[in-house]
Ligand binder design. Structure first.
Ligand code: SF4
Length: 246
């Protein structure tokens, strides 16, 4: 099983009836501003090289963002902040992401989510969260050989990240570290050590209120890159291929 295999299986998943109905209805009804676009309307796979040293973990695709474009964080306000920060930190080749064919490349960085289908009100049920967990489980295991830093966005991403990594055999500190912006947790498995970095989610709720600013996100990404040994100036040369084009 490779990440490309995983992604090909993932995009066929119909395990959650409520989310399947929602993602497909949104794709049919569309938002007026995107009326002439063909929405993706399916599970959204992770985005970025398969040898990523930095893994960014969010929540779930946005109804008119990734559920429309088919690429994580692409085409919505959350992505506007995240991709701008990745570019600023030297981990992306451009600052804006508008569509799956916009030329965006991430360097040594992959982004994924604990829930791969857009949920109503951005709120998956606990059952949907648990049903989707095996996809991130498999993806993080496939990324494990190269993974050094994980950036968890928001309390949901933080909790699911620690939970998944614990299930994969990583030693998580006890008591389990509490989420905060700038929090870190060191995990070990055998000789390998990784650090999980907490970052407020790049949702409009945080960015429009000023709770989260671009420099704050850049700082977390820079710290994650430093721990991972990623030199942003030279990272383009070492980025792996993007296996799945939606
Ligand atoms: Fe499948 Fe996950 Fe989408 Fe549920 S949320 S249908 S488990 S991909």
């Amino acid at each position: 099983m490779t990440i490309a295999d995983l992604d090909r299986e993932l995009v066929q998943c119909r395990a959650c009836p409520r989310l399947v109905e929602w993602r497909e209805r949104v794709a049919q009804e569309k938002r007026a501003a995107f009326a002439d676009e063909t929405y993706w309307g399916r599970p959204v796979p992770g985005f970025g090289p398969t040898d990523a040293a930095i893994v960014i973990i969010g929540l779930a695709p946005a109804a008119h963002g990734a559920n429309r474009t088919g690429r994580m964080f692409t085409g919505d306000r959350s992505g506007d902040m995240l991709f701008a920060a990745l570019f600023e930190a030297g981990l992306a080749n451009q600052a804006t992401a508008v569509s799956a064919d916009d030329g965006m490349k991430l360097y040594r960085t992959r982004m994924t989510a604990p829930v791969h289908c857009a949920p109503p009100q951005n709120k998956p049920t606990p059952e949907e969260r648990d049903r989707c967990a095996h996809w991130m489980h498999a993806e993080l295991e496939l990324l494990a050989p190269s993974m050094r830093s994980v950036v968890a966005l928001g309390a949901f991403g933080w909790r699911q990240t620690l939970h998944t990594l614990a299930e994969l055999g990583w030693t998580v500190p006890r008591p389990r570290p509490v989420f905060a912006h700038g929090a870190t947790a060191s995990l070990a498995r055998g000789q390998q050590e990784i650090v999980v970095f907490g970052c407020y989610h790049v949702s409009q709720h945080n960015t429009f209120t000023g709770r989260l600013t671009l420099p704050m996100v850049v700082d977390v990404l820079t710290a994650a890159a430093e721990f991972a040994g990623v030199d942003p100036g030279n990272s383009a040369a070492s980025s792996g291929d993007e296996p799945f084009a939606s």
